[in-house]
Write a protein that binds this ligand. Sequence first.
Ligand SMILES: Nc1nc2c(ncn2[C@@H]2O[C@H](COP(=O)(O)OP(=O)(O)O)[C@@H](O)[C@H]2O)c(=O)[nH]1
Ligand SMILES: [Mg+2]
Length: 463
Amino acid sequence: MSYSRLDKLKDRAKKTLKRTLDSHITLAVTGLSGSGKTAFITALVHQLSEQASEQNMPFFRVVREGRHIATQPVPQKALNIPTFAYRQAMAALNQQPPAWPESTQRINTLRLAMRYRPKQGLRAQFGDSATLTIDLIDYPGEWLMDLPMLNMDYPTWCERQLTMLNKAARSEHAQDFMTALHEFDANAEVDEVRLKELSELYKKALVNIKAHAHAANLQPGRMLIPGELEGAPLLSFFPCHAPKQGEQHTQYQQLEARFEAYKAQVVKPFYKDYFCHFDRQVVLVDLLRALKLGPDIFDEQAEAITELLSFFDYGKSNVLRRLFSPNIDKLLFIANKADQVGANYHQDLALLLHDIVKEKANSLTFSGVEVDTMAMAAVCATQGKQVVEKGQSLHCVYGKPLHESQWLTYLPPQPPRHRLTAQQWPQQGFDYIDFAPWPHSDGRLRHMRMDHALEFLLGDKLT
Ligand SMILES: Nc1nc2c(ncn2[C@@H]2O[C@H](COP(=O)(O)OP(=O)(O)O)[C@@H](O)[C@H]2O)c(=O)[nH]1
Ligand SMILES: [Mg+2]
């Protein structure tokens, strides 16, 4: 064998080995609708691909140690779903006046390739650079709320929905549906027109509850954001009371069949295709908005989050595990949009989030998942400002409130460090302000602790 051939072979072996040493992560960014998933993904891509300097990300070791070479979006593997509209999101944030990216209407994905210099081990021996591929998935948060449906049969689901519709925060928005339901005969022969009418009224109720009561736990999620299912008969169902005696071909059975079809054809594939392959998970929670909306919505959101988590708690035998056996090894809870309060309250936010998720976090840790909780802001919309009043230094935030033209210095209330009972809830409530995005004049975005989050989520894969 000639020397050059041996060299070539060695070279090829090295390349093959290097390829196997390159690693891959699928990061699930989860959170209720409006929790900041789209902004988080946009900021993550922006910070890694355009702003990965030691000064900007001191807690992300690969960057601090000068080993990050470059990160950029690359063609994705799944060809049947749209690509995350990163450029559009950045364009919105940088337009005049700056605007938040549009809310998500469909599932979409983005693949990032991160090139870095390995520090130790095999990777370092077999080349001066390695690649970490990161798959990110974005989807409407409304669809996530369908997950608990997998655990319910139609009668259970109906009972839950009707109980919720009768609650104070919701009932006034569901009047028309409830009146029509009162006259609905679940035992009658199937009447397509009637079923459609009631589904439309139920959908209107969900839309109203979302718009006015800001509730997040609304099912089915596709009634709010239908995606490709716009107008599909599969969506024509609603909760109703079980008839006294069952008969063949009744409206009730028809509704039950549609409910089961929705679960089988919409909910299951969504989670099977996108949620069973992920390695690591971020759960974004907008605690400030939940606090602002008052005790009922706060509790509802806290419960919705813990309910969702039970699907990812793979230590136990639950539906998702049996169906798809997800295999995550790290989970990060983020109290998002922390820029809406002064830095002195970030600890309170993280503690409050911990209080909500601690039981689930504990059982996840027990099953070997590394869990952490932090407060951060993916896209900073304010700047901290110290104001001295009567000799006291106050931690205010300065920014432009959303949809207003005047800039404002605001002293936000201190968030509680644990869940409050109805009696503990302060009478004046918690008034936090939504701010318009505020990028630098050169288009750079500011973040709070994105580097901490990335170190937790990716750091061990970049050594
Ligand atoms: N102050 C602040 N507001 C944010 C941040 N991220 C998101 N928001 C606000 O939250 C809204 C919803 O964010 P979005 O990313 O669309 O949430 P999604 O529904 O989970 O994708 C945005 O329109 C902003 O008003 C952040 O980091 N800081
Ligand atoms: Mg979104």
